[in-house]
Ligand binder design. Structure first.
Ligand code: 5GP
Length: 205
């Protein structure tokens, strides 16, 4: 059977990775989104079980202690985590899984699933553009925006653990790059070799 792939997309908030991830999921319905658990309250329009599983701090802590997370991290004062079972289940079935997670989570997944993770880092075209995008996103309180901005510069330094860089100057362009990376890695020989084996087995050339 085909080996599943972990597609990890990270960037500081406001670089546009969520939009890029949504488009990839729309175009490739077999790609599964890893719905994270978070203690952050939902933003307008966010749905439980679709964007995140929204849980309280106690429930999150229980999951940490029970070892249910493949990774978890504190980001901007809230906790976020990836359920181990959901990821392993998808991989066993040979599905590709997409992760919209921060660099801390990205590094942990890379360490655990070495060889099966492709790491994509999304850069804003400039720090100024990043600031404008965060301010335009009126879903966060002003103090939250300020905090995220201050951390963005520091977060940007973590690109070095990633395999691919995308500069999100224009969404079409950036999406084209993300799509190309995904398609290329999906068809890597070590993941797709079962197709050749199947074809040769049946003599169906
Ligand atoms: P937001 O609150 O804007 O949805 O997400 C804040 C940050 O947390 C983003 O960088 C997002 O990618 C990251 N994040 C979301 N889910 C997870 C997760 O399960 N684990 C980790 N480590 N980061 C996550």
């Amino acid at each position: 059977m085909r080996r599943g792939l972990l597609v990890v997309v990270s960037s500081p908030s406001g670089a546009g990775k969520t939009t890029l991830c949504r488009r990839l999921l729309q175009e490739f319905p077999d790609l599964k989104f890893s719905v994270s658990y978070t203690t952050r309250p939902p933003r307008t329009g966010e749905r439980n079980g679709v964007d995140y599983w929204f849980v309280d701090a106690q429930s999150f802590q229980r999951m940490v202690e029970a070892g249910e997370f493949a990774e978890w991290a504190e980001v901007h004062g809230n906790r976020y985590g990836t359920a181990r079972a959901a990821v392993e289940d998808a991989l066993v079935r040979g599905h590709d899984v997409l992760f919209d997670i921060d660099w801390q989570g990205g590094e942990k997944l890379k360490a655990q699933f070495a060889g099966d993770a492709v790491m994509v880092w999304v850069l804003p075209p400039s720090l100024q553009v990043l600031e404008e995008r965060l301010r335009r996103r009126a879903t966060d309180a002003p103090d939250v925006i300020g905090r995220r901005l201050a951390m963005a510069k520091e977060e940007l330094l973590h690109y070095t653990s990633y395999d691919y860089l995308i500069v999100n100057d224009a969404i079409e362009n950036a999406y084209d790059h993300l799509r190309s990376i995904y398609v290329a890695v999906h068809w890597e020989l070590r993941r797709a070799r079962f197709l050749a084996a199947k074809l040769l087995e049946t003599g169906n050339t």
